[in-house]
Design a protein around this ligand. Structure first.
Ligand code: HEM
Ligand SMILES: *[C@@H]1O[C@H](CO)[C@@H](O)[C@H](O)[C@H]1NC(C)=O
Ligand SMILES: *[C@@H]1O[C@H](CO)[C@@H](O)[C@H](O)[C@H]1NC(C)=O
Length: 317
């Protein structure tokens, strides 16, 4: 038997696992050099007509990565008896799927069957942040699209009522640290939340109090006006921070003043280490931008079991 056989075998095993794991900013350099540019244009165009697009894309990417890894499972439509993730309970803020569809259509014309929907979503989230005045970064690419999407699995997403240990567990299971949790929660600098997502803090908070005592009283009162106990306005809610279309550190500043929407935001102030990080990012936009880039690249590298590149992001091949 050839003496090199064991080495050969080892090399094959290493290169196979390498191909599955490694994402690279240069993944499409040969096969579709315009990929980044095409996605950016689709996001730009959509944003010029609809200011809610960036927040939607960032949340969509988070939602994708936290269920089955970043495999574009969030983009699949329900089919037959299968109810997909996007039709699961916390889909209330998911929208703007058409932006991904438009980017995919343009990409299929230039380089058919090459750029995965999971990569398109990751690029679109980057563009959403950058075009909202936040940092930009090179997106590592090479994700593959999955074939499974189940509404019931959206239960795996962290809930806005979570406390710090529940949040840490949810992030920890996906290889993300307490630091990543604090930094990525800063994504709540963009967008909007419905009353149902924070009603626990302003009505029947606990047996003693109607309102969460950690909320700034006048802020709580203003939320109460928008979201009365028997709220009848279908899409009522509040912006995530005072500068909702800008990616900035105002979220942290407001959080420190008792002006956050979710219990999960407030929870970041309940341990000394996370509280220190909140104060750090409230006081430095530069530090915040640097940290956000590191943590979002980590989040967007959570690997899934995808094996294919879809032609249409709503359907498996
Ligand atoms: C830490 C755990 C998290 C919880 C519990 C959470 C929960 C929520 C909830 C309940 C909403 C509002 C849904 C609605 O009422 O319409 C929301 C919105 C949003 N979340 Fe999070 N989230 C978390 C982490 C993240 C992360 C990591 C990101 C991205 C980096 C993110 C980005 C967003 C954005 C941009 C919106 C606004 C969406 C829009 O306006 O369309 N969230 N989040
Ligand atoms: C959310 O789910 C409901 C039903 O579960 C569905 O009718 C609705 O279209 C979904 N919304 C989005 C944005 O997919
Ligand atoms: C968080 O909530 C869980 C479940 O309700 C509970 O077991 C745990 O003790 C809570 N942790 C903190 C730090 O409050």
């Amino acid at each position: 038997m050839n003496a090199h056989f064991p080495y050969l075998l080892l090399t094959v095993i290493l290169s196979v696992s390498f191909n599955v794991e490694a994402l690279s900013p240069h993944y499409y350099d040969q096969s579709c050099p315009q990929a980044d540019h095409i996605v950016t244009n689709a996001v730009k165009k959509a944003m010029s007509n609809d200011k809610t697009v960036p927040a939607a894309l960032l949340r969509m990417h988070f939602h994708d990565c936290f269920v089955r890894g970043c495999d574009a499972s969030v983009l699949l439509d329900s089919k037959g008896k299968n109810k997909a993730e996007k039709d699961g309970p916390p889909n209330i803020s998911l929208h703007a799927f058409y932006v991904i569809d438009n980017a995919k259509k343009a990409l299929e014309e230039q380089c058919p069957g090459v750029v995965s929907c999971a990569d398109i979503l990751s690029l679109a989230a980057r563009d959403a942040v950058a075009l909202s005045g936040g940092p930009t970064w090179e997106v590592p690419k090479g994700r593959k699209d999955g074939r499974i999407s189940k509404a019931i699995e959206t239960r795996q997403l962290p809930a806005p009522t979570f406390n710090i240990s529940q949040l840490q567990q949810s992030f920890g299971q996906r290889g993300l640290s307490m630091h990543d949790l604090v930094v990525l929660s800063g994504g709540h600098t963009l967008g909007f939340a419905h009353c149902s997502s924070f009603q626990n803090r302003i009505h029947n908070f606990n047996l003693q109090k109607q309102v969460d005592p950690t909320l700034n009283p006048s802020f709580a009162a203003s939320l109460n006006v928008i979201c009365p106990a028997h709220n009848k306005v279908k899409n009522a809610g509040a912006t995530m921070d005072a500068t909702t279309t800008y990616f900035d550190n105002v979220y942290y500043k407001m959080l420190m003043q008792g002006q956050s929407l979710f219990s999960s935001d407030q929870a970041l102030l309940t341990t000394p280490s996370s509280k220190k990080l909140v104060a750090k990012y409230a006081s430095s936009m530069e530090e915040y931008e640097r940290a956000f880039v590191k943590s979002i690249i980590k989040m967007s590298s959570i690997s899934g079991n995808g094996k294919e590149v879809r032609h249409n992001c709503r359907r498996v091949r």
